[in-house]
Design a protein around this ligand. Structure first.
Ligand SMILES: [Zn+2]
Length: 1025
C-alpha cells in the first residue's frame, strides 16, 4: 500500500472538490487503493434517486457505517475495541500517521497488556474468519466494497473521476464552439468534431463537461498561443453524462485553451437529441429527416459541451450532407463548399452568445415560403405538398415579431427566423433561437378543415415561441429551478400578445380554463413551488409542467394587474435590457420591478410568497354590515377528514380585488393587499353583495361564508350580467372546488348552476360542463348507468334551449362557432335531440362524396365521431386518415377513430401508433388520452400503458410532459381501492425514479381523492338527482 502526500489530505474543504486528484493522478491507481479524500458532507447536496454510486460525505472523524457495524459486533463479542477501531479507521482513512504504530521502548507491563490484547485479537479474528463473511454488515457482503464506491465516482476505465456533482464545476467556462457534423441519414450514424475555446477561472488540471453516449476517439488541448495540440486523457462518467479532460499540466487562471474532440454516435430513434424520423412524400416514398430537440439536457448527446443554461457561448456550426438534402441551423448559412463526391459542407454564421439547449440543426428536403420584416427574413419550412397551409403562420409570425419588438423595445437580434414543421415531433414546438421547430398541427392552418380551436392553437404556439426569443433566448434562467422565468413568461406574453394582436380570438377565455385546471393540480398535497430545487434529469424534466407554464403566467398576470399604477412593461424592458445574453434568477426580475415602483411597492417581498410556496390560498370572506372580514389559508384538496385545516405556516401576500353591488365609481374594482392571515376591510357603505377576485385576476379561490353564497346564487338568478362572464365562470369553478372539500354542499353547487338557463356566454357554460363532466366520468366508470343518465338529464334541462339554437354551419363569430362546437359535441355524445341524426346525415354525404364535400369546421369532429360508430364509417375514416394532407383534418379523424366503442379497434390504434408506421408515434399520447375518456376504453388505456411502459419511457423519456400526461390521463378516473392498489403496485414495481415521479404521486393522490369524493357525495348525488 502506497501512501499519498499529506498535503493533499489537508486541503481546505472548499478546495478538495476542485483540486481533488489534480496533482499527479497517475502516481497511484486510485481505483485499487482506499480513498484518501472523502467528500465533505457539505459538498454533496444531492443523491441521485437511482444512484448506483451514492455520493456520501464522510467527515474526517466520522465513523462510516461499516466501522459502526464492526464496532457493534465487536461489542457483542465483549471486546475492548477502541484500539482496534482506531487502527481500522487509520487504515481505512489511511496514511494519516505512521503505519507501524508500534510502541517504542515498551515496558514489561505494556508488553503483557500487548500480549493479552494480541491473544484476544487473534481469537476474535479467528471467530470472524470462521463466521460467514456477511455477519457483521447490515446488508451483506457487498457493503464493504460498496463503501469505496459510495465515496468516489469511478470512471469507465476504472480510474477515479474527479468530480462528484451533477452540476458542472465553474472553474472552466466555455467561450466558443466550432462544431462539424457529418450525419448519415441512411446508416443513422454521425461523425462529429468539436473545438471548444474555454477560459480557466480557477487553477485546475481537469476540464469537466457533458457528453452522453458519444464515442470519443481523440482529444487534444492547446493553450492560447500554444503551437502544438497536446493529447489529453478523457475520463468518462456516464451516470452524470460527464467527461473529464485531464490536462498534462496545470491550466493557468485567466488563460484560454482550445479543446478538440473527435467522436461519433448514432442518430437517436426517440424524439430527443439529434434524432431521425421519416415521412412520406407525395409519391408515398419514405424520406428521412434529421432534427434536434435539445431542451433540456440533450445537446450533450450531439456534441460534448457544457450543457447547462448558464454556460452561454457562441457557436460556429458546419454540417456535411448529401447534395440532395439541405440544412438549417440557428444562424443564416454563410457558405457551402464541396467535401467529397456527392457530399458538401454548409457553414453557418457565428451565433450570438447562447445556451446549449437552444442550439439546433436540421437536415431535410423541406421547402419554404418567406417574407422580409424589418431586416429579418421570416421563413416557414414544410413538406412541399403542405406549403399552402403555412400562410396563416407566416402572417401571425410577422405580426407577433412586430408586436414584441415594440413592446420590449429590443429588436429581434438575428437576420433570419425559420419556423419548421417537423413531420414527427414530441412537443408542441421548441424555441431554438432563429430556428423554431413545430409539430405540423401547431403550425398549419387550413380554411377548409381547421376549426376555431385549431386557429387558436396555431396562433398561441407561435406567440409563445416568439416570446421565447426574448424570454429564454436573450435572457435565460440560470438553472432549471427557475424554468418558470422562461415558460411562465412566454405563456404570459403569449396570451397578452394575442389579446392585443388577435382580439377576435378571445384567447383570454382559454387562459381562464387553463388556470382553473392548473389550480386543481396545485391544490394536491404533492404540488411543488413554482421555483423548486432540481438536480436529476427526471426532476428537470418534471419542471415542464403546468405550474411552470400556467401558474407562472397567472402570477405575472396578477402582478401586472396589481401594478396597474406602475409601468409593468418598463419593468420587463429593464429586466430584458439589463440581462441580455446573460442568465437570471427570479430575484433579478423582482429587482427590475422594484426599480420601477421605486420602493413604494415591494414586488420582491410579495412575489416570493407566491414563487417559493407550493399551492395557493383560499380566501374566506364574511360580511357583517359594512365590515368584510377576510382570512387566508392554503386550499388543499385533502384526503384527511372533512374538517381539514391547512398548513398554518402558509401565508401569501394576496392582492385582493373586489367589486360590490354599489360599484360604479372609477375606483372599482377595489384593491386590498392581504399580507396577514386575516384582516377586516371597512366598506364605505352598506352593500347587497360583494364579489372577490374580479375577472379572476388573482391566483386564489374565494369562499363566501354564512349566507355569502346564497346571496350570489340569488344574484345570478336575478341578474347574471351584474357580474362579468369570467366572474360567473369563476363562481362555478370555486363552488364546485369547495364542494369537493366539504366546505359547500353538493346541493348549493347545483343550485348555483341552475342560473345557466339564462347564460349566453361560453366561458361559464364551458366551466359548468367541465365540472359536471368530472362527476359524470367518476359515476360512469363505476357502472352506475341510471345515475349517469340523471346527470345528463340535469345538464340537458339547463342547456337544451341553447343546444336547439345551434346550427350546423360555419356562420357566426369565432366565439359563437366555438360555443356551437362545445354544445353540439356534448349533445351528440349523449344522444340528445336530433344531434346524432343530423351528424349521421352529414357524415353519409361526406362519405359519398369521398371526402371531397366540405363540412363545417366547428362540427367536423362531432360528425366524424358519429361516423366512426359504424364499422364502415370507421374504415372509411381510416382510409381518409392515410390520404389526407390536412393535419387539422387528420387530427379530428384520429380523435374520432379513438372514440369508437370497439375495443379491438382501440387496441389496434394504440399498438399501430406505438409502432409508428401507419400512424406516427407522436400521436400516441393523444390516442391514449382519447381512449381513456370512454367507458369502453379507460381500462384498455391503462392496460396498454402498463404493458408498454418500458417502450413509452424509452420513446418519450421519463419525467417528460408527455409521460406526465399519459400517467395522469390513464388513471384519473379510477375511484376504487382496487385500482388504487393496482396503480401503486405497478409503479412501485418499476425503478425508483419511476415510483418517485411527481406525476405518479399525483395519480395516486387523485385516486384517493376520487374515492373520498364518492364516499362523501355519492349518496347525496343519488338523492339530489
Ligand atoms: Zn415554452
Amino acid at each position: 500500500m502506497e501512501s499519498f502526500p499529506h498535503g493533499r489530505i489537508q486541503l481546505p474543504r472548499n478546495m478538495i472538490e476542485n483540486s481533488m486528484f489534480e496533482e499527479e493522478p497517475d502516481v497511484v491507481d486510485l481505483a485499487k487503493e482506499p480513498c484518501l479524500h472523502p467528500l465533505e458532507p457539505d459538498e454533496v447536496e444531492y443523491e441521485p434517486r437511482s444512484s448506483r454510486l451514492l455520493v456520501r460525505g464522510l467527515g474526517e472523524h466520522e465513523m462510516d457505517e461499516d466501522e459502526e457495524d464492526y464496532e457493534s459486533s465487536a461489542k457483542l463479542l465483549g471486546m475492548s475495541f477502541m484500539n482496534r477501531s482506531a487502527g481500522l479507521r487509520n487504515n481505512a482513512a489511511g496514511y494519516r500517521q505512521n503505519s507501524d504504530g508500534s510502541c517504542s521502548m515498551p515496558s514489561t507491563r505494556t508488553m503483557v497488556v500487548c500480549a493479552v490484547v494480541l491473544v484476544i485479537a487473534i481469537s476474535v479474528i479467528m471467530v470472524i474468519y470462521l463466521l460467514p463473511k456477511c455477519t457483521f454488515t447490515k446488508e451483506g457482503c457487498r457493503r464493504k466494497n460498496r463503501t469505496m464506491e459510495l465515496i468516489y465516482p469511478i470512471a469507465t476505465n476504472g480510474k477515479i473521476f474527479p468530480w462528484a456533482k451533477i452540476r458542472l464545476p465553474s472553474n472552466v467556462v466555455p467561450l466558443h464552439y466550432e462544431l462539424v457534423l457529418q450525419p448519415n441519414l441512411t446508416t443513422t450514424e454521425f461523425a462529429g468534431f468539436v473545438q471548444i475555446t474555454v477560459k480557466v477561472i480557477q487553477v485546475t488540471r481537469n476540464i469537466v463537461l457533458h457528453s452522453s453516449r458519444l464515442n470519443i476517439t481523440k482529444a487534444t488541448l492547446t493553450s492560447a498561443g500554444g503551437r502544438r495540440a497536446k493529447p489529453v486523457e478523457i475520463l468518462e462518467y456516464p451516470m452524470h453524462d460527464q467527461i473529464a479532460v485531464v490536462a498534462p499540466d496545470k491550466l493557468s487562471v485567466g488563460q484560454n485553451y482550445t479543446l478538440t474532440i473527435d467522436y461519433s454516435s448514432n442518430l437517436s430513434d426517440t424524439y430527443y437529441g439529434f434524432y431521425r424520423v421519416f415521412y412520406k412524400d407525395e409519391q408515398a416514398q419514405k424520406r428521412w429527416f434529421a432534427a434536434t430537440q435539445f431542451e433540456p439536457l440533450a445537446a450533450r448527446s450531439a456534441f460534448p459541451c457544457f450543457d447547462e443554461p448558464a454556460f452561454k457561448a457562441t457557436f460556429l456550426i458546419k454540417i456535411q450532407r448529401d447534395e440532395q438534402h439541405s440544412t438549417l441551423s440557428n444562424m443564416p448559412k454563410k457558405v457551402t463548399i464541396p467535401v467529397t463526391a456527392g457530399i458538401v459542407q454548409d457553414e453557418f454564421s457565428v451565433s450570438l452568445k447562447m445556451s446549449t439547449y437552444l442550439v439546433a440543426f436540421i437536415v431535410s428536403d423541406l421547402k419554404n415560403v418567406s417574407r422580409e420584416m424589418n431586416r429579418t427574413l421570416v421563413s416557414i419550412y414544410a413538406m412541399q405538398q403542405k406549403l399552402d397551409q403555412v400562410e396563416y403562420a407566416l402572417d401571425a409570425t410577422v405580426k407577433f415579431l412586430e408586436f414584441y419588438q415594440k413592446y420590449f423595445h429590443i429588436d429581434y437580434p438575428l437576420q433570419k427566423l425559420d419556423l419548421v414543421a417537423v413531420p414527427d415531433f414530441q412537443a408542441g414546438a421548441m424555441e431554438n433561437w432563429g430556428l423554431i421547430t413545430f409539430r405540423e398541427t401547431t403550425l398549419f392552418y387550413d380554411d377548409k378543415t381547421s376549426s376555431v380551436m385549431d386557429k387558436k392553437l396555431v396562433t398561441a404556439v407561435i406567440a409563445h415561441e416568439l416570446a421565447h426569443q426574448w424570454f429564454g433566448n436573450l435572457v435565460t434562467m440560470e438553472w432549471w429551478n427557475d424554468l418558470w422565468l422562461n415558460e411562465g413568461f412566454a405563456t404570459f406574453m403569449e396570451y397578452y400578445a394575442m389579446e392585443k394582436t388577435f382580439p377576435e380570438l378571445h384567447t383570454d377565455e382559454e387562459f381562464l380554463k387553463l388556470r382553473f385546471k392548473t389550480m386543481m393540480k396545485d391544490s394536491l398535497n404533492v404540488s411543488h413551488p413554482v421555483s423548486s430545487a432540481v438536480q436529476s434529469s427526471e426532476q428537470i424534466e418534471e419542471m415542464f409542467d403546468t405550474l411552470s407554464y400556467i401558474k407562472g403566467a397567472s402570477l405575472l398576470m396578477m402582478l401586472k394587474n396589481y401594478m396597474k399604477n406602475y409601468p409593468f412593461q418598463a419593468g420587463l424592458q429593464d429586466y430584458l435590457y439589463s440581462h441580455s445574453y446573460g442568465s437570471t434568477r427570479s430575484d433579478d426580475l423582482w429587482d427590475s420591478m422594484n426599480m420601477i415602483t421605486n420602493g413604494t411597492l415591494d414586488v420582491k417581498k410579495m412575489m416570493k410568497t407566491w414563487i417559493l410556496q407550493k399551492g395557493f390560498p383560499l380566501v374566506t370572506v364574511k360580511r357583517e354590515g359594512k365590515r368584510l372580514s377576510v382570512q387566508q389559508e392554503r386550499f388543499l384538496r385533502s384526503v384527511e377528514s372533512e374538517n381539514w385545516t391547512s398548513d398554518a405556516s402558509s401565508l401569501w401576500h394576496i392582492p385582493l380585488s373586489y367589486t360590490t353591488s354599489n360599484c360604479s365609481s372609477f375606483l372599482c374594482p377595489y384593491a386590498y393587499l392581504l399580507d396577514q392571515k386575516s384582516a377586516v376591510i371597512e366598506l364605505q357603505e352598506e352593500v347587497k353583495w360583494v364579489k372577490f377576485n374580479v375577472d379572476m385576476d388573482g391566483y386564489y379561490i374565494v369562499h363566501y361564508a354564512e349566507d355569502g353564497w346564497t346571496i350570489l346564487i340569488d344574484l345570478l338568478k336575478r341578474e347574471p350580467t351584474a357580474l362579468s362572464a369570467k366572474d360567473r365562470a369563476q363562481l362555478i369553478n370555486n363552488i364546485f372546488s369547495l364542494m369537493g372539500v366539504g366546505k359547500v354542499s353538493l346541493l348549493k353547487a347545483f343550485q348555483l348552476i341552475d342560473y345557466l338557463e339564462k347564460e349566453n356566454h361560453p366561458a361559464p357554460i364551458t366551466e359548468a360542463l367541465f365540472q359536471l363532466n368530472l362527476i359524470y366520468n367518476l359515476v360512469e366508470k363505476r357502472g352506475m348507468h341510471s345515475l349517469t343518465a340523471r346527470v345528463v338529464k340535469r345538464i340537458k334541462t339547463l342547456l337544451q334551449s341553447k343546444i336547439d339554437q345551434q346550427t350546423w354551419t360555419d356562420d357566426g363569430t369565432l366565439s359563437e362557432r366555438q360555443f356551437q362546437s362545445t354544445l353540439l359535441t356534448f349533445a351528440c355524445s349523449h344522444g340528445l335531440g336530433n344531434c346524432t341524426t343530423t351528424a349521421t346525415k352529414l357524415f353519409t354525404e361526406w362519405k359519398h362524396s369521398n371526402g371531397t364535400q366540405s363540412l363545417p369546421t366547428a362540427v367536423m369532429k362531432t360528425v366524424f365521431t358519429i361516423g366512426a360508430k359504424t364499422a364502415d364509417g370507421w374504415d372509411f375514416l381510416l382510409d381518409m386518415y392515410a390520404s389526407s394532407i390536412s393535419e387539422a383534418e387528420k387530427r379530428k379523424i384520429l380523435e374520432a377513430l379513438a372514440s369508437t366503442e370497439d375495443v379491438r379497434k382501440l387496441i389496434w390504434l394504440m399498438q399501430t401508433s406505438l409502432e409508428g408506421d401507419a400512424i406516427s408515434t407522436q400521436e400516441l399520447p393523444h390516442i391514449i388520452t382519447t381512449v381513456s375518456q370512454s367507458l369502453s376504453g379507460h381500462l384498455l388505456a391503462w392496460d396498454f400503458v402498463k404493458e408498454n411502459w418500458e417502450k413509452l419511457i424509452w420513446k418519450f423519456h421519463l419525467g417528460s410532459y408527455t409521460i406526465q400526461n399519459i400517467v395522469t390521463m390513464s388513471t384519473f378516473q379510477f375511484s376504487t381501492e382496487a385500482h388504487l392498489h393496482e396503480v401503486k403496485a405497478f409503479f412501485e414495481s418499476k425503478s425508483e425514479e419511476t415510483s418517485q415521479l411527481r406525476c405518479v404521486k399525483e395519480a395516486i393522490e387523485t385516486i384517493e381523492l376520487n374515492i373520498q369524493w364518492m364516499m362523501r357525495n355519492l349518496a347525496k348525488l343519488e338523492q339530489l338527482l
